[in-house]
Ligand binder design. Structure first.
Ligand code: TLP
Length: 343
């Protein structure tokens, strides 16, 4: 039997219908700007997010890093939350690729306030790096799949703007935020200069993200993408999957959120396990186990559940719900979990 794989929402496999859309996609060489399906996807994404243009990228990491490369010059400083993906899980790219350093805000579950931004912006002086970019992550992964309330997000972004910063929104799970909060993704997107979204997480496509923003900036992003070896040829096959995902898999994210809540309720009842059900806002569940996280994950694997030892403490495990981890599978796993962690 296939394990219940909750390591990430990146593990989904394309459905038969999505594969059909991929097989039938009209394609061309996208480095020549001749792939009609990619063009359709980029236009659709830009329109959905209220931006002038969009660029298809191989990953969320590439979309985020293109944004940082576009906004910053070597020696500049990025203000970002301490647990944010672009600082912690992108292989040191902002330093390695762009010569940029970070100034971190210690957030509460990934969220922070306008005053934090104002406080961290450097005065202009020869000795200081130039504060240049504010990165905000919605939903915030390490924070627990946290959704930014629109008013707090707006105040943070406005504080950045007042200080002359550009703003990038890491929105690889922005549609989870939309579905959980009822705030349209474009409301978040329109306040930022650039936005990354991802098709291969909750939306279930096999590959791909997009960077959206002003037309001229996205033209420059295309050059940077090529420089990084990210120019792709008959990539309409992948863009077709992304288009299919946008069409069919946004509203159903509510099911993933429901499954995550159900999982959290099961975990919260296990002796010695700490899981705050009220903090499960989207498709991520973080739980603290009585044993070190790697041991807890090994125990979980022994009963057919895959999870990652990830989180802010050594006993914290992350579980993520998605298309291929339906509610029934989670409910079916409950007796095994109870058996494994009984008194
Ligand atoms: N996150 C992955 C891992 O890298 C941790 C995951 O399994 O959650 N921004 C955010 C907020 C992300 O969570 C991720 C992926 C990315 C960017 C990068 O996307 P990819 O994996 O497409 O490069």
């Amino acid at each position: 039997m296939r394990p219940l794989d909750l390591r990430s929402d990146t593990v989904t496999r394309p459905s038969a219908e999505m594969r059909r859309a991929m097989a039938e996609a009209e394609v061309g060489d996208d480095v020549y700007g001749e792939d009609p399906t990619v063009q359709r996807l980029e236009a659709r994404v830009a329109e959905m997010l209220g931006k002038e243009a969009a660029l298809f990228t191989s990953s969320g990491t590439m979309a985020n890093q293109l944004a940082i490369g576009l906004h910053c010059r070597p020696g500049d400083e990025v203000i970002a939350e301490a647990g944010s993906h672009c600082l912690n899980f992108e292989s040191g790219a902002m330093a390695a690729l762009w010569g940029v350093q970070a100034r971190t805000v210690a957030g509460d579950r990934g969220l922070f306030d306008a005053e934090d931004v104002t406080r961290l912006v450097r005065p202009i002086a020869d000795v200081y790096p130039r504060s240049r970019l504010l990165c905000v992550e919605n939903t915030h992964n390490r924070g627990g799949g946290t959704v930014w309330p629109l008013d707090r997000y707006t105040r943070v972004v406005e504080a950045g703007r007042r200080a002359g910063l550009a703003v990038h929104l890491d929105g690889v799970r922005l549609f989870n935020a939309q579905v959980a909060s009822g705030v349209p993704a474009r409301r978040y997107a329109e306040l930022a200069d650039t936005v990354s979204i991802c098709f291969s997480k909750g939306l279930g496509a096999p590959v791909g993200s997009a960077l959206c923003g002003p037309r001229e900036l996205i033209r420059q992003a295309r050059v940077l993408r090529k420089r990084l070896g990210g120019g792709m040829r008959q990539v309409g096959i992948l863009a077709a999957a992304a288009l299919w995902a946008l069409e069919h898999n946004i509203d159903r994210l509510v099911e993933d959120h429901r499954s995550a809540r159900c999982l959290a309720e099961i975990l919260a009842e296990l002796p010695g396990v700490r899981c705050d059900v009220e903090r499960v806002e989207t498709n991520m569940v973080f739980a603290e186990f009585p044993e070190p996280a790697s041991e807890a994950c090994a125990k979980l694997a022994s009963i057919g559940i895959l999870a990652n030892p990830e989180g802010s403490t050594p006993r914290m495990v992350r579980m993520v719900t998605h298309l291929d981890a339906p509610l029934e599978a989670i409910e079916a796993a409950a007796p095994k979990l109870r058996e494994c962690w009984r008194h």
